[in-house]
Design a protein around this ligand. Sequence first.
Ligand code: CMC
Length: 436
Amino acid sequence: MAANTTNKTAKLIINGDEANAAEFPILSGTEGPDVIDVRSLYKQTGMFTHDPGFMSTSSCESTITFIDGEKGILRHRGYDIADLAEKCTFLEVCHLLLYGELPNTKEKEEFERNITMHTMVHEQLQILYKGFPRRSHPMAILVGAVASLSAFYHDSLDIYDPEERDLASRRMIAKMPTLTAMAFKYSIGHPFVYPDNNLDFAANFLNMMFAVPCEQYKVSPVLSKAMNKLMILHADHEQNASTSTVRLASSSQANPFACIGAGISSLWGPAHGGANQAVIEMLDMIGDVKNIPEFIKRAKDKDDPFRLMGFGHRVYKNYDPRAAVIKDSCYEVLEELGAVDNPKLAIAMELEKIALNDEYFVQRKLFPNVDFYSGIIYEAMGIPTTLFTGLFAMSRTAGWVAQWQEMIADPDQKIGRPRQLYIGEGARKVLPPNKR
Ligand code: CMC
């Protein structure tokens, strides 16, 4: 699939000079806004576009994920996210992201086998983990551990061989839950738990998190269903900061394990995946429903850096469809755990109600995003706050590797190299120290 060239063009008249106007083709995708193809801009005009934060810039063609932020729509390969979350397993969605289609029964079995055969990690990695201080943030460990996989698989990897790319992708999807659970076990001083491939993918993760050698642990089906859903909801989200990081880092043909490590670093920030941890910290800080007005006031104050975490999105100007599914799951999980009167849920719901009726949030179209309710479920499951973003990374790995594969397979792929508007000093000569 490739973008369609329309018969529309965009004309750029600089300083009223119509005779030398630059002209650009307009490309159209299957859905979403058309784009002006400005690749020839520099050649035609000697100028660049200037778009820090990529407010109006499309960086690639993609067939994986479509978002309509105005309507609150998210689809992977044409399937609505709520439909996928309701009816699929995480591994089926991984298959969809990687290969373009949901697997049939035979393909599903085969794919599951091809993933689970890679769930173990090299024993040497235990030594790497043990080199970290026990109190390390799990994201610091994950950045290091995932990037270190490049040392284990570098020699065997030819990124221009589709089979080797596929193998690297499957390895990454398979090993992320193991590495994430290991980061948790290490932080509390428990022995690492090996993967159990008799369990489904989500249940296996919960088992590696909570099982201990000294007693039986049985994964609750309600919790593994919720974990499966959360994994699906975080699996991909087109060209967000971490995915763009993975694409840019790998555009130099670098080792993909190292590039996923770069993606994890980008995800960690509170404006991106780190928001799930920040939401719980914010709910703790609010402490009581009666304090909400004070925090709403702070969020609106331009002189106060405080923002409502889990609110707002660059693309969604409507309710994030992932947040709607997570909110429903939240009741189910809390009920299973006998914690429906969870005080944080009460604060979150009241906060949402007040914000959605407040002029400031309405005008700016700020709605709850994926991170607003996910932390409440994670916390109720017994997952520590600092691991929330690790869970996001574990699920998003599916999207990262699918986007990486798509990019490397694209014959028009070039190394990513943005330009800049230089505003520093002009040319000058180095003076000896006593004259500076
Ligand atoms: N609380 C208060 N005001 C906000 C918020 C918020 N959470 N988000 C945006 N605004 C205001 C912002 O101050 C600005 O106001 P004004 O026009 O008066 O200057 C306006 O809304 C537009 O915000 P922006 O910062 O220009 O928008 P952006 O697209 O650059 O940022 C965002 C998007 C997600 C970084 C931002 O909404 C935010 O910081 N939200 C809180 C952090 C968060 O929940 N992040 C998770 C995002 S979803 C999951 C993911 O991608 O990983």
